[in-house]
Design a protein around this ligand. Structure first.
Ligand SMILES: [Zn+2]
Length: 425
């Protein structure tokens, strides 16, 4: 924490929070909730109708093939009586959250002032993530600096790390990563941290890594929704949106990945209901997070340009190409993007056999409006702009609650996929 103590302090004291008296909210308990994947046979509406009487918590947005849903203990008997075709994703969601919440203490940098790989054996608090980045940057001051891309609703910095190679700071096209836009997708920060870690730690010893970092400037933002992430650790593990309140509604939160000012006005790819998980906001780009991210993205596009953008999400194991807003629209270089995505999927599978499906976002998964990938493609002119949905698929148990033992394998297989992409694109 040596060099950047002031930076860390600034991140840890959200100004808006410090000013307002904190409202005491009870932490949501999922003890005894059982999570099911229900086959919908292309008729999700009928299943949803049957679930209407229950206090069920939906996990997925695309219900074409299946509906993933957490059923509270008091409804389990009635749910079972419905005799639906199901598999179990979590036997006891609360128990799995408790297991995942056993954070290892961050052991700080080693004698060489580089944080240890133990970091990837457990999930961590937001404060520890901030310290990890400060320590990592502090160990490689010649090739990195800490950056910010604006401020969240509650006053947290949307911090990140900028990495560069022999050409010097800001001399090469940008590779640009966003993690944790959806608060509950904890694995995403770990994966981008592992990529940043390897690029710095292996730069002087690995010829491939040196080639990559000498060719591109990396801008890695691990938490574009910091308030939401903190909220998943203090109040509700399944929180998705930011923590913005809106006049006229008691519901909190806007989906940052439905608020980008491009194709925001279209219907069917987001919700206008402030209580919905995909609430798009009142106007295009009207969240504090999107304002900061748009300005930062514009600065990259106006600089050396954006070669590659990836918005990291979980879960489902997908590599999603443009576009979200229209299922028949294709990027001008769609064929090339598809070839590259196919190569990345093959390389990912080499480590542990993990299968990733790839294709255009809308036709492969579901329609999205105001998404980052569409904005980066058409407004920022990024050559490649993808969403990657990390482990698991959901069919082999678990969902957003990915066991800590899978952090490192998830990171390793993505590092392999990125190594392929960054040397091929
Ligand atoms: Zn997501």
């Amino acid at each position: 924490m040596k060099l950047s103590t002031i930076f860390v302090q600034a991140l840890l004291v959200p100004l808006a929070l410090a000013a307002a008296a904190p409202k005491l909210e009870k932490k949501v308990s999922y003890d005894g909730y059982k999570v099911f994947r229900i086959s919908t046979h292309h008729d999700g509406a009928i299943i949803k109708e049957k679930l209407a009487p229950f206090a069920a918590v939906p996990f997925n947005l695309n219900t074409e093939e299946h509906l993933d849903v957490a059923i509270p203990p008091q409804d389990l008997a009635a749910f079972k009586a419905l005799n639906l075709e199901t598999e179990v994703l979590h036997e006891n969601l609360g128990a799995d959250i408790a297991e995942e919440g056993k954070f290892a203490a961050y052991d700080g940098p080693s004698a060489q002032a580089v944080p240890s790989l133990n970091w990837f054996n457990s999930y961590h608090s937001y404060a520890d993530h901030v310290t990890f980045f400060s320590d990592l940057q502090g160990a490689f001051p010649q090739n990195s600096e800490l950056i910010t891309a604006g401020t969240s609703v509650q006053g947290r910095s949307i911090f990140g790390i900028h990495l560069w190679g022999s050409g010097g700071k800001g001399s090469k096209p940008a590779v640009y990563f966003h993690g944790t836009v959806h608060a509950r997708e904890w694995i995403t920060a770990k994966v981008v941290e592992y990529i940043a870690y390897n690029l710095l730690v292996q730069y002087s010893t690995n010829a491939t890594v040196k080639t990559i970092l000498d060719k591109y400037d990396f801008y890695i933002l691990p938490f574009v929704n910091p308030d939401g992430f903190v909220y998943t650790q203090t109040n509700d593990r399944l929180w998705r949106k930011n923590r913005q309140t809106r006049s006229g509604s008691s519901c909190v939160g806007t989906d940052i990945n439905r608020n980008w000012p491009y194709k925001w006005e279209l219907t069917n790819g987001a919700s206008t209901n402030p209580c919905a998980e995909t609430y798009k906001g009142v106007a295009a780009g009207d969240t504090p997070e999107n304002k900061g991210l748009v300005a930062f993205t514009k600065s990259l596009a106006a600089g050396k340009g954006i070669k590659l953008y990836i918005d990291w999400h979980s879960f489902g194991q997908y590599i999603l190409l443009p576009y979200g807003y229209d299922c028949s629209a294709r990027a001008a270089n769609h064929a090339r993007q598809t070839t590259l995505a196919s190569g990345v999927a093959s390389r990912i599978a080499q480590s542990y056999g993990t299968r990733f499906t790839y294709g255009p976002s809308c036709s492969t998964l579901y329609a999205t409006t105001g998404s980052s990938v569409d904005y980066l493609t058409d407004v920022s002119k990024a050559e490649l702009a993808w969403t990657i949905e990390l482990r698991p698929t959901g069919s082999s148990s678990s969902g957003f609650i990915l066991p800590a033992a899978q952090i490192l394998p998830s990171a390793i297989e993505q590092w392999e996929g990125m190594t392929y992409l960054l040397t091929t694109m």
